[in-house]
Design a protein around this ligand. Structure first.
Ligand code: IMP
Ligand code: MG
Length: 175
């Protein structure tokens, strides 16, 4: 890790404003309905906690656990290691992800959840790396678009660490 330095990419204040705006947009879209919000573990847990408090319609809170990353490279192999505790049939579902990189995790989750017949299924992600997408995706709510840099903090990890940093930080190779 001594070959990398950390630099703030998006501050906690900027994140808070954007997450609040996303919550309002989501509340307006689902006005008069209730929502089943599913956070993708572990990376989404802080975004999820802030986002649901910015949503002012009734929300059911669920989590699904997947793993696909080792170090700074996506392995492309996605597996569920923790499943939902409720049936989502007939429900309006919002899948909450920390970051969409190649798109393989979200693609796998969409396919896995769609066969359970939700009334609707949308995606909210804090970050998206459009240049890295290997699958054409329609992402309904995006916090910030970034380039290919590896980021940590606000829930995002590097090999399990740094999720507790309040800002989003970029890992930069040292010159
Ligand atoms: P994808 O399947 O390639 O889209 O990767 C999605 C998952 O990889 C995310 O849910 C994250 O857990 C992880 N990931 C992708 N990019 C980053 C990053 O820059 N920092 C930390 N985790 C990342
Ligand atoms: Mg991760």
């Amino acid at each position: 890790m001594e070959d990398y330095s950390m630099q703030t990419l998006i501050s906690a204040e900027v994140i808070a404003k954007r997450v609040h705006a996303l919550g309002q947009e989501i509340s307006q879209h689902y006005q008069g309905r209730k929502l089943c919000v599913i956070g993708v573990l572990k990376g989404s847990f802080i975004f999820m906690a802030d986002l649901i408090r910015a949503i002012d319609i009734p929300c059911e809170v669920e989590f699904i656990g997947v793993s696909s990353y080792e170090g700074m490279q996506s392995t492309g192999h996605v597996r569920i290691n923790y499943d939902l505790s409720v049936d989502i049939e007939g429900k309006d579902v919002l899948l909450v992800e920390d970051i969409i990189d190649t798109g393989s995790t979200i693609d796998y989750l969409l396919k896995t959840l769609q066969v359970r017949n939700p009334a609707s299924l949308k995606i909210a992600c804090l970050l998206s790396k459009p240049e890295a997408h290997q699958i054409t995706l329609l992402i309904d709510y995006v916090g910030f678009e970034i380039s290919r840099e590896f980021v940590i903090g606000y829930g995002l990890d590097l090999d399990g660490l740094y999720r507790n940093l309040p800002d989003l930080k970029q890992m930069l190779p040292k010159a």
